[in-house]
Structure formats: C-alpha cells, structure tokens
Design a protein around this ligand. Structure first.
Ligand code: NAI
Ligand code: MG
Length: 494
C-alpha cells in the first residue's frame, strides 16, 4: 500500500491515533459487544484503526451517564460564567492541538491538509469560543401580565441531547453541536459518522482535559441504523440534533415522534449559484469553482446548480474548464494538494453513477467525468453543460465534484429556476447591480444567501434550511434557542 507521509517539507506527517474506544462518563471503554469497525484513509484505502462499534447497550450507558450528569446539576446548574470559562479553556486546548487535529481530520476524511488547517480546525476553535461567550448571557424576560402578578421567563437547558453527525466536516459538525449544547448547560451523547470518528473522539478527550466534567460529553461511535437509531428512540434523550441526508432525517423524525423529542435538522441542498452578465467575472468564476469543488464537492451548501446568463455563458464555461485542468489532485498530506479523494467507496460509486445519469439524460460532460489514478477514491473535477432542470444531475444532491451548468436569459427566469427545487439551504448571486442582488436575496427561498461571495461562514451567523433542507437553525443566537426550553414563572404579589 502507498505510504502517505514522506519526509519532505511539503508533506505533513501522519498523526498518531490515540482514541478508538467509546467515551462514556469520562472513561474509555470497548463496546459492550466487543465488536469493532475499520476506519480508512480514503487516499490509500488503507485501514487506519479499529474503532469500538457502539450499539443500543452502549447508547444506554452513555445516556445514563449524560442523564446522571444533567440531573445531578454539576454542569446544568453550574454558575454560567464558570461554564463559559471551562469552554474557553477547551477552545484554548483545541488551538494548542490544532495541528494534530487537522492532520487527524485529513487522515480520516481525506480532505487536503491545507483545508483542514485553514478552514475546518480554525472554525472549530472559533465556534467553541463564540459559544463560550454566550454561556453567561442567556436570559429570560419579564412579562407585563394582567393583575397583581410578577411574571418572568427562564431559559433552561433542554436536557440530554443526542447528536448525530456526518463525515464531510467531522470536527466542525461536532463543534457546531457541542458549542450551543455546552453553553446552555445540556449534556451530550454524540454519534459521529462511521467513516470519520477520529477527531470527535480526540476532541472529547481535550474537553475532559479542559475540566469539562465527566458525563457532559459522551461519544459512541457506530453505525446509523444501530447506535444512531437507539439514540433517536431512547426515552432518556430530550432532543436530537442531526446533520446528514434528507432521507435519514425523515426516518429520524418518525422514530422520534413517540417520545416527542425536540428536533433540529441540517440537511442537504442543490444550491443555486447565479452569475449575471454584469458580474465581476473573475470573482464570479473563482467563486463558482470554489462553491462546488471545495471539500471535493462534499458540502451541504455546495453551489451545485450554476445558472449563467447567456451572454457570458461560454466564457464562464471555458474559464471553469481551465481551472479544472489546473487543479492539483493527490496526496492530501501534501500542502500543495487542492483536491483529495471522496470519503469512501459508496460516495465514489454514487458520484460516478450520477456522471452516467448526466450523459444518459442528454447533458454534455465537458470536463472530467472519470476516476483519477487507481488507488483511493479520487474523482476528476467534472462539469456538465446543457443541463435542464429535470435531469437527475440537476435535481439530486450528488455530494461530489460534479457541477451542472444551466443557461438563463433574464432575472425572473433565474429566480424561478433557482427556486425550482425541494431544497432551500443556500444560494448565491454574482452581479454589480445592488438592486438586482437584493431582489434576488429577497426572492430566493433559501436559508443563506451569499452576494458576490460563497461559503462565508461565521459562528455568529445563523445557518439552516428552508423547505426540505432542514428544521431550525444552527450557529448564532438562533442556534442557542434550539438547546433551551422557556419556562414561564408567575408569582402572586397579593
Ligand atoms: P446519512 O444521513 O446516512 O449519515 C449521516 C449520519 O446519520 C451518520 O452518522 C449515520 O451513521 C447516521 N445515520 C444513518 N442512518 C441513521 C438512522 N436510521 N438513525 C440514526 N442515525 C442514522 O448520510 P450518508 O449515508 O453518510 O451520505 C449519503 C448522502 O447524504 C450523501 O451522498 C449526501 O448526498 C447526503 N449527506 C448530506 C450531508 C449534509 O451535510 N447535508 C452530510 C452527509 C451526507
Ligand atoms: Mg474514515
């Protein structure tokens, strides 16, 4: 098998894998069944480590630990400022270990080390720090009700939260879910994606080192239909926060009904990215390329439907093809690499199947379309032109480096077609006309709209989907609301 990290300046060393067991009540324990599963390095298909395979019995233990910690009140009733201080300490420890975490992310997920270093891990640190600042600022209202009464609200933690995350931004998805849960005083049982459990387990250890009490963060690695499903139906869990596929969310929503769990979902998209002829074309082309190909196309908000105004269509296509030809695919531990492998065989197969659908449905593949190399799950950056709105490559989330380009001729056509989807996660518009930009932002049905930029994320800015792209919002103040219950207290003054 290929070795990944040779000792040249450009190559980053492969990190040591330290945590592979379940993390429950502050202890590292094997799964009750004794079973394990492999996690792979997607660039070489080599097995990195065997991870404890959690199932219902392990989820029971983890929920008991989280429940005891929550009900005992050590964390949930701790002075809020002290909770914030421990979170700041956690963020500092994440920062001290940023290099190791970035390398671990690249090892498990296959994303280029330059991305894990510049995007994933810095955003993880920012998110925990941002929510640390909220811990002592979560407050209720006083309400002027009729009569001789004093009425006020308290915002209390929702309780034990089950968190289920995907593999595309493993550490960052953990941070998005832990940040608001910790700040509000909730306790956590997390099930990381089976493809990428390593950074989450490492982060749990760093939280413990920072002084966050045992039982606050519990991590049970395992598969969705077993460990994930057990978490969703567990009567000791008050809320489920899920990021992943829409079809999985629908299963979870049904399964969570019996126990009336609070739910937040961050699901997929087929986000429209609209380039008007009056745009700064250099910026628009760079932005459109980044919008889709970043993270190997494995982004919930990927700008996967590119609408280009007819007069600049051919020029935009030529420039995008040139950028694809220049793109450096290869060893993700090489700091010069721009595109790594897809996360696993299933995703790789799905993407190449969609390339075939594109051809069958009559679109033209003008760039890429094939596997790159013969080891690892690499797919060439791929571009289709002549795409119509009903083709499978225009309607379905592919989650890979496949861009579908459509031509349009006026504003109303662009907004109507942009909205012609069951998704509504993100959208972007490129134009120098500010009225057109704001009109588009107002008319498009999506939770995030970028104007002359793409994928600008900040922990302070809410993120989430309209329509079937989600339920509720993450990040920002809005992200806190989903982790609190409002309690109304009425006191007789008579
Ligand atoms: P998935 O939705 O199956 O997996 C996401 C998480 O849910 C994982 O932790 C998984 O173990 C868990 N899960 C799966 N089935 C479950 C169940 N019945 N109960 C509880 N938890 C369950 O997504 P998958 O299979 O990894 O990817 C398939 C497609 O989903 C991708 O090609 C992409 O289109 C989409 N996707 C979207 C993501 C997003 O960020 N919006 C992230 C990952 C995938
Ligand atoms: Mg993996």
């Amino acid at each position: 098998m290929a070795t990944i990290a040779e000792n040249t300046a450009q190559k980053v060393a492969r990190p040591e894998v330290r945590q592979t067991l379940c993390f429950i009540g502050g202890k590292w324990i094997p799964s009750a069944s004794g079973k394990t599963f492999d996690t792979l390095h997607p660039a070489t298909e080599e097995v990195i480590a065997q991870i404890a395979e959690g199932d219902a019995a392990d989820i029971d233990l983890a929920v008991d630990a989280a429940r005891a910690q929550f009900d005992g009140g050590e964390w949930s009733r701790m002075d809020a400022r002290e909770r914030g201080r421990l979170m700041y300490q956690f963020a500092d420890l994440l920062e001290e270990n940023a290099g190791e975490l970035a390398a671990l992310e690249t090892l498990d997920n296959g994303k280029p080390i330059s991305d894990s270093r510049a995007a994933d891990i810095p955003l993880v640190i920012q998110c925990i720090r941002y929510y640390a600042g909220w811990a002592d600022k979560i407050q209720g209202d006083t309400i002027p009700i009729d009569g001789d009464f004093f009425c006020y609200t308290r915002r209390e933690p929702v309780g034990v939260v089950g968190q289920i995350i995907p593999w595309n931004f493993p550490a960052l998805m953990a941070a998005w879910k832990w940040g608001p849960a910790l700040a509000t005083g909730c306790t956590i049982v997390m099930k990381p994606a089976e493809q990428t459990p390593l950074t989450c387990l490492r982060m749990a250890r760093l939280a413990q080192k920072a002084g966050i009490p045992d039982g606050v963060i519990n991590v049970v690695p395992g598969y969705g239909p077993t460990a994930g499903a057990a978490l969703v139906t567990h009567p000791g869990v008050d809320k489920i926060a899920f990021t992943g596929e829409m079809a999985t969310a629908k299963i979870i929503q049904r399964a969570a009904t019996d126990t009336m769990k609070r739910l937040t979902f961050e699901l997929g998209g087929k986000s429209p990215n609209v380039i008007f002829a009056d745009a700064d074309l250099d910026a628009a082309v760079d932005g459109a390329h980044f919008a889709l190909y970043f993270n190997q196309g494995q982004c919930c908000c990927a700008g996967s439907r590119l609408f280009v105004e007819d007069s600049v269509h051919d020029e935009v296509i030529d420039r995008l093809i040139a950028k694809n030809q220049d793109r450096r695919l290869g060893d993700p531990f090489d700091t010069e690499t721009e595109q790594g492998p897809q996360v696993d065989q299933a995703q790789f197969d799905k993407i190449l199947e969609y390339v075939e659908y594109g051809k069958q449905d009559g679109a033209k593949c003008v760039s890429g379309g094939k596997r790159h190399g013969d080891v690892g799950y690499f797919v060439e950056p791929t571009l289709f032109t002549g795409v119509t709105d009903d083709m499978r490559i225009a309607t379905d989330e592919i989650f890979g480096p496949v861009l579908s380009v459509m031509k349009f001729s006026d504003f109303d056509e662009a907004t109507r077609r942009a909205n012609n989807t069951t998704f509504g996660l993100a959208a972007a518009v490129w134009t120098r006309d500010i009225s057109k930009a704001h009109r588009f932002a107002s008319e498009v049905r999506a939770g995030t709209v970028w104007v002359n930029c793409y994928d600008v994320f900040d922990s302070a800015a809410p993120f989430g989907g309209f329509k079937q792209s989600g339920l509720g919002r993450e990040l920002g103040e809005a992200g806190l609301a989903a982790y609190t219950e409002s309690k109304t207290v009425t006191v007789s003054l008579g």
